[in-house]
Design a protein around this ligand. Sequence first.
Ligand code: ZN
Length: 203
Amino acid sequence: MKIICIGRNYSNHAKELNNPVPDKPIFFIKPDTALLRTNEFYIPPYSSNIHYELEFVVKIKKVGKSISKRFASKYYDEVSVGLDLTARDLQQECKTKGLPWEKAKAFDGSAPMGEFISLSENNLDVNNLSFELKKNNETVQVGNTNQMIFSVAQIIEHVSKFFTLKIGDLIYTGTPSGVGQVVNGDLLEGFIENKKMFEVKVR
Ligand code: ZN
């Protein structure tokens, strides 16, 4: 299982980090060891600036390669939200030196994941779902999949040119604005359409 993460998919977030808005989806991969398997995230010793990024997530249900966007919806049904935890200090260092981002993005536990809901069973439109992150009971990020620069279908078409999608792979579709640092004691809660999908305690 792999986790494919899309970068800069909301223009308001690209602006807040002073990044240009891309003309093709930008993506990177986290290994399965990035998945956080508990509700507790421990700040790793190698970073002093871990950021939360709330992202809408699609779970792949069928193997596919070079999938055309008109058939993309056959490859997923369950969705959720997750956190693309980022060691912003390491990322900045890598970006400055032109090095790969992996250690800043793909470290153990960097991908807390919510429970999944079925789009078909709940009659949900993947292109119009609101989601929200609360930190210590205060809303810090809100987004809607209708604000994505590249839709889920466009993402699947692009990514599957390079990588075979396998059953259980997760696609994190990018974060809206409002990213920020987590500190010991924070409680992070992710929602889709006001339904709570996960909670993570930061240690
Ligand atoms: Zn992200």
